[in-house]
Design a protein around this ligand. Structure first.
Ligand SMILES: Nc1nc2c(ncn2[C@@H]2O[C@H](COP(=O)(O)OP(=O)(O)O)[C@@H](O)[C@H]2O)c(=O)[nH]1
Ligand SMILES: [Mg+2]
Ligand SMILES: [Zn+2]
Length: 346
């Protein structure tokens, strides 16, 4: 959906609705705070947010007899927006619980809302697993777009090539150099076949003790893979992506799942397409890890890395220190952002 232009009347209505909503919320919160002070709540305990629904969250108890139980909780005032993956302190009540504090996040996945404001959608993620496949053919440029988005969020990306059961010599001719290129840069690259259950152990080892998300283009096998890793969850295979179901909002919130062999997976249809979220054109270059040492070394301060003399990037490409494909990708991504600067979420 393109960014909406609101008429003044619509803007006024939205403002009014929001003001009423926050007045109602304040009343609810003061009621909550009164109960907190009244002392009819259980002791403080650690919890993990499994899912969030507006002003309520599902918290998994991490301590004591209740460990593993999921409790629908309200939130104390002024905690900010709590999201799936947050570590919290909560107290049981007779009808659920109340979150009283949130622990600092070590990472945050943010997405712009319809007003262009960045909002967290999940917290404390360790790995963004970028899934691509032998078929539909993997385009390096799209992989790079996912890598940029991951790098800018400060979360470690992992590349995962699925459907290796379909590999032919023709695929190998372009895929092997592509994989090698990413390994050279220092990215972790895994190959696997969900269909033939090949390479799953290495993936499970990586995911253990960590929180991960799977992202990637439609059709690469994310749902199949999640179903394999999480028997019983049963995501629909072959389902159309959110992006192609035009006009529908991505309302499903992120959910955290425990993997049977250790580690957690946070998933939602929106998260799986996160490379399509907004990227700041000014920061694209930071998303190319191997370019970092070159930044600031061009002769001209405002070098566009096009045809300027003394361009450190051009030199690095000519000398083979940076791959020409990655440099082209950088330019293409930058160009696409300049052609279409506002790309709001689905
Ligand atoms: N040959 C082969 N097909 C696969 C593999 N993994 C998934 N598929 C197929 O790829 C198609 C898309 O899978 P899906 O899980 O819906 O992809 P998603 O859109 O990324 O969630 C389905 O027809 C799957 O059966 C694999 O490892 N090998
Ligand atoms: Mg799917
Ligand atoms: Zn330059």
């Amino acid at each position: 959906m393109s960014k909406r232009k609101l008429t003044r009347r619509q803007a006024w209505r939205i403002e009014k609705i929001q003001a009423e909503r926050s007045k109602r919320a304040d009343r609810r919160d003061s009621h909550l705070d009164a109960r907190l002070e009244g002392g009819d709540l259980g002791p403080e305990q650690d919890g993990l947010i499994i899912s969030h629904f507006g002003r309520q969250v599902d918290v998994e108890a991490l301590q004591g007899n209740d460990a593993g139980q999921i409790v629908r909780c309200h939130m104390r005032t002024n905690l900010g927006q709590l999201v799936t993956g947050d570590r919290v302190v909560w107290r049981a009540s007779n009808d659920g619980g109340v979150v009283v504090a949130v622990r600092p996040r070590h990472s945050e996945l943010q997405r712009p809302n319809n007003f262009g404001e960045l909002k967290p959608v999940a917290a404390n993620i360790d790995y963004i697993v970028i899934v691509f496949a032998v078929e539909p053919r993997a385009h390096a440029n799209l992989i790079d777009r996912y890598l940029v988005a991951a790098e800018l969020s400060g979360i470690e990306p992992v590349l995962l090539l699925n459907k290796v059961d379909l590999l032919t010599p023709e695929h190998e001719r372009y895929l092997l150099p592509l994989l090698e290129r990413y390994r050279q840069i220092g990215y972790r690259v895994l190959t696997l076949s969900t269909a033939q259950q090949q390479g799953l152990d290495e993936l499970k080892q990586l995911l253990a003790e960590r929180i991960s998300v799977f992202v990637g283009q439609s059709g690469v096998g994310k749902s199949s893979l999640i179903n394999t890793l999480l028997p019983g969850v049963d995501l629909k295979v072959g389902e159309l992506s959110e992006q192609t179901r035009k006009g529908r909002h991505t309302t499903t919130t992120a959910r955290l799942f425990h993997l049977p062999d250790g580690g957690d997976l946070i998933d939602s249809p929106g998260i799986r397409e996160f490379a399509l979220w907004h990227i700041d054109a000014e920061r694209v270059i930071e998303g190319f890890r191997e370019f970092h040492d070159l930044i600031g070394h061009c002769r001209f301060r405002d070098c566009q890395h096009e045809r300027e003399p003394g361009c450190a990037f051009k030199e690095a490409v000519e000398q083979g220190r940076v791959s020409a494909e990655r440099f082209d990708s950088y330019k293409q991504i930058l160009q696409s952002l300049q052609d279409n600067p506002i790309r709001s979420p689905s």
